[in-house]
Design a binder for this molecule. Structure first.
Ligand code: HEC
Ligand code: HEC
Length: 186
């Protein structure tokens, strides 16, 4: 019984329609907590592609390809595709769909376990990548993204995979809050 009560509460928090007239709920207080600390990865928006533009070129050779998809996962299974130490896409919101073009001109900075820092600026579709030839990332690494207005989003935890979009999916995988984005700074 206790467990079945938890579930609807979580849904309410996530969609934010908020009528906490749940009645059944006893005096559980949770009602007024709009701070949304734990609303879950999909509590942020409507899943729109903010730029309104999408990649439609499939795997055609281009640095603008497949924004939002797990670059390294695919590249490592192809002989033609370059080998990346770090790659991904930066967006304006957490919940943007794959192939949606992201945010130009953000600087992605990775500091590895030896203290070496590597960075790349996102291109016109928000993609960034650092070749395995240019970086030997000693793991675990930390990462931050500096946006054009000077705000910085920092990943609190350390990671070992350089395939940023594998966790920073539309829904957010492995605990990530969705896409790498400047949403928190807005
Ligand atoms: C589903 C597979 C797949 C995904 C996902 C993918 N790529 Fe690729 N990528 C390829 C293939 C295949 C090639 C080689 C194409 C060729 O040589 O014809 C390639 C080539 C490239 C190239 C070389 C282009 C050139 O002009 O030489 C870049 C840069 C690149 N990809 C960046 C990315 C980035 C950044 C991402 C993630 C946002 C990504 N790719 C996601 C399959 C993929
Ligand atoms: C294995 C999963 C995983 C990978 C790979 C990963 N991240 Fe994260 N990222 C997370 C999780 C989980 C969080 C939220 C907790 C935290 O900040 O550590 C996060 C948070 C972030 C944030 C802060 C988000 C916000 O809006 O406050 C940024 C920025 C970020 N990651 C950038 C990156 C970049 C850049 C890469 C690739 C170089 C990367 N991440 C790779 C899991 C991952």
């Amino acid at each position: 019984m206790r467990l079945t009560l938890m579930f609807p509460m979580f849904l309410l928090a996530a969609c934010g329609t908020g009528s906490t007239t749940d009645t059944s709920g006893g005096s559980d207080t949770s009602g007024g907590d709009t701070s949304g600390g734990d609303t879950g990865p999909n509590g942020y928006g409507d899943g729109a592609c903010v730029s309104g533009e999408k990649w439609t070129g499939g795997n055609r050779e281009s640095e603008d390809m497949n924004p939002g998809q797990a670059c390294i996962e695919c590249h490592s299974s192809s002989d033609e595709a370059p080998s990346f130490a770090i790659a991904g896409t930066v967006y304006t919101n957490y919940d943007e769909p794959k192939n949606c073009n992201g945010l130009d001109g953000a600087t992605v900075r990775v500091t590895d376990a030896s203290g070496n820092t590597y960075e790349d600026k996102t291109n016109s579709v928000g993609n960034f990548y650092i070749s395995s030839r240019d970086a030997r990332i000693k793991t675990p690494y930390t990462a931050e993204v500096e946006f054009a207005d000077g705000t910085v989003a920092t990943m609190a935890g350390e990671q070992t995979s350089g395939d940023c979009n594998s966790c920073h999916t539309q829904d957010g995988a492995e605990g990530a809050p969705g896409r790498i984005s400047n949403f928190a700074g807005q």
